[in-house]
Design a protein around this ligand. Structure first.
Ligand SMILES: [Zn+2]
Length: 226
């Protein structure tokens, strides 16, 4: 089974909306972003990289889409349906343009809340209503979820499976396979050095993140995944 490297991005360039607390470190400059894309495009096997974009920022359409097309790359976009057509976020027309260009669209929920903190009814609403809104917009089934803030537990994963999702993209770093339900990604940050980015693109996780992942895996093994 091929081991894939999941690279997760948020906003690119200058935000056109007010950022949430702790969000700014995850924005990359356009230069940082295109350097990473060039690295992916120049690698011996660009299909070993799975590119994803969370939050449905306007930069997905204005900056990311042309940069992907220019390099013959594709990506998945995890959209917040509560922000569609809001200033600084994707409009509905932008989502259909992403699809028409061969990009994938999945749910990041409605309101950008941590799914693991929600009660059963609120969790159901986030994952079902966001999916339904995207399906109406896309005209086909939506079965990919990008987990907000990478925060999940067994209950979140069960709810996603029960509601027809086939994938759940986390932020746990490490390799992913394209058959697994849970797919770890590494989130790129604007303060990462060239060396760190190089290591991530080579499939080598920074030591600190590897430790977090080990701790996370131990915790998750205790929780039944049904
Ligand atoms: Zn997010």
């Amino acid at each position: 089974m091929p081991r894939l490297i999941g690279l997760n991005f948020h906003g690119i360039g200058s935000p056109a909306r007010e950022l949430e607390e702790d969000e700014a470190p995850y924005w990359l400059s356009e230069t940082q972003f295109t350097e990473i894309l060039d690295r992916v495009a120049a690698s011996p096997d660009p299909s070993a990289f799975v590119l994803t974009f969370d939050d449905g920022n306007l930069s997905d359409y204005e900056i990311v889409l042309p940069a992907l097309i220019q390099r013959g790359l594709t990506a998945r976009f995890f959209v917040l349906t509560g922000r569609l057509d809001e200033p600084g976020s994707l409009a509905r027309d932008h989502v259909t343009a992403l699809l028409a260009s061969g990009m994938g669209v999945g749910s990041h929920g409605i309101d950008h809340v941590a799914w693991s903190d929600l009660d059963a009814a609120a969790l159901e609403r986030e994952i079902v209503q966001s999916r339904d809104a995207l399906q109406t917009l896309c005209g086909h089934p939506v079965t990919d979820a990008g987990i907000p803030f990478g925060k999940y537990n067994a209950r979140v994963l069960r709810a996603l499976r029960r509601n027809g999702y086939r994938t759940a993209f986390s932020s746990d770093a490490g390799y992913m396979t394209d058959t697994a339900f849970l797919r770890p990604r590494t989130s790129l940050r604007g303060d990462m050095t060239q060396a760190e980015i190089g290591a991530i693109c080579a499939g080598r996780m920074p030591a600190v993140r590897r430790l977090h992942r080990a701790a996370g895996m131990i915790k998750k093994r205790i929780l039944p995944l049904r």
